[in-house]
Write a protein that binds this ligand. Structure first.
Ligand code: NAD
Ligand code: TYD
Length: 361
């Protein structure tokens, strides 16, 4: 039985990945989820797997080298899938320090622990040991020419403290591969959306605000472009890279689905209106009148767009869920999980929202 160590599995993509893997491999794999449970980590995301005999949870900080080394000593880990990170650009602008700590130093702790556990005396590694570092397209910076795309060969040009910390962590993984022949891959994915996403990010924030009749804060002119991918397609890509990809390679993951932010917001409004029954009191408030253009994000990248040619050609990955279907599924999920949303937006969230949006004008 292959054992996976998943970091950050209580967050948005990590929890979707754990669900995806159990659905695909059932009891032929074992997953250990290590997560610090920051504001973004939520064990409610894993309710339906928490009692599985082949799942276990360890609450630990990835910067805590002793805790991480213990996990490797107590378990024969075959695969590491490393999601744990601080992931929100706006928070990184307010407080870059924790991004460097978790994203850079935490990644180094994971790499050191895996290398120490796996490296053989002659400097080689057993064949089935692999580390996958989950990264972002934001490391490539912002595209200005509409014909351009991010390829694996595009030079890194990060602008936000978040993307700079992810770029640093990618370079550390690359350094381990080059220096120690450490068996790893890096994936750089575009913006994800889907179930269990914390409502600080564009799509769940807009769904939640619209359902509460609250203003929909669009930064700047609303014309910044992101390339959206349904989270399950990202999870499929990660698994395929570990199973079929060439070691030491980077793969970009994205589904050619570029949209301006304002288009996303208008689509959400239209889809919510379609999904809400005429009797639902929330329906009257859901309209484009809620859109409010607010002060732009500092250093706001204009356009991201992934060229997924390599992962398609080498591995045969392709996205299965188009945006129209994905956004419907996502809205349906948030409708069916009102309690989840109520829990994650109680307490600290209100303060966060106030701090982040009160002075935006
Ligand atoms: P998230 O913020 O929803 O989840 C992050 C998880 O990591 C949380 O469960 C949190 O508790 C945990 N964590 C944070 N600091 C930790 C620490 N010091 N020790 C242990 N656990 C810690 O993030 P996400 O959106 O699921 O992103 C997961 C990964 O995917 C990140 O590495 C991110 O950079 C990358 N990524 C995200 C997107 C996206 O659109 N969300 C796109 C491409 C790549
Ligand atoms: P976000 O979901 O934070 O992802 P990222 O910054 O990592 O791409 O933001 C997506 C886009 O939406 C980005 O261009 C910023 C914009 N945005 C808003 O216009 N309003 C908001 O309230 C948020 C959270 C984001």
């Amino acid at each position: 039985m292959r054992t996976y160590l998943v970091t950050g599995g209580a967050g948005f993509i990590g929890s979707n990945y754990i669900h995806y893997m159990f659905k695909k491999y059932g009891d032929s794999i074992r997953i250990i989820n290590v997560d610090k449970l920051t504001y973004a980590g939520n064990l409610e995301n894993l309710r339906d797997v928490e009692n599985l005999p082949n799942y276990s949870f360890v609450r630990a900080d990835i910067c805590d080298s002793e805790a991480i080394v213990n996990i490797f000593e107590e378990n024969d880990i075959d695969r590491v899938v490393h999601f744990a990170a601080e992931s929100h650009v706006d928070r990184s602008i307010k407080d870059p320090g924790v991004f460097v700590r978790t994203n850079v130093l935490g990644t180094l702790t994971m790499l050191n622990a895996a290398r120490n556990a796996w490296e053989l005396p002659d400097g080689t590694y057993p064949e089935d040991k692999k580390f996958l570092h989950v990264s972002t397209d934001e490391v490539y910076g912002s595209l200005s020419n509409p014909e351009d795309y991010f390829y694996e060969t595009t030079p890194y040009d990060p602008h936000s403290p978040y993307s700079a910390s992810k770029a640093s962590s990618d370079f550390m993984v690359k350094a381990f591969m080059d220096t120690y022949h450490f068996p790893a891959n890096i994936t750089n994915c575009s913006n994800n959306y889907g179930p269990y996403q914390f409502p600080e990010k564009l799509i769940p924030l807009m769904i939640n605000n619209a359902l509460h009749g609250k203003a929909l804060p669009v930064y700047g002119d609303g014309k910044n472009i992101r390339d959206w991918l349904y989270v399950e397609d990202h999870c499929k890509g990660i698994d395929m890279v570990q199973e079929k990809g060439r070691l030491f390679e980077t793969y970009n993951i994205g589904g050619h689905n570029e949209r301006e932010n304002i288009q996303i917001v208008k689509t959400i409004i239209a889809q919510l209106r379609e999904a809400l029954s005429d009797e639902d009191p929330r329906k009257a408030a859901v309209s484009e009148d809620l859109i409010k253009y607010v002060e732009d994000r500092k250093g706001h990248d204009r356009r991201y767009a992934i060229a997924p040619d390599k992962i398609k050609a080498e591995i045969g990955w392709y996205p299965e869920t188009c945006f129209e279907e994905g956004i419907k599924k996502t809205i349906r999920w948030y409708f069916d999980h009102e309690e989840w949303m109520a829990h994650v937006t109680s307490g600290d969230y209100q303060k966060y929202y106030e701090d982040m949006y009160a002075n935006r004008g």
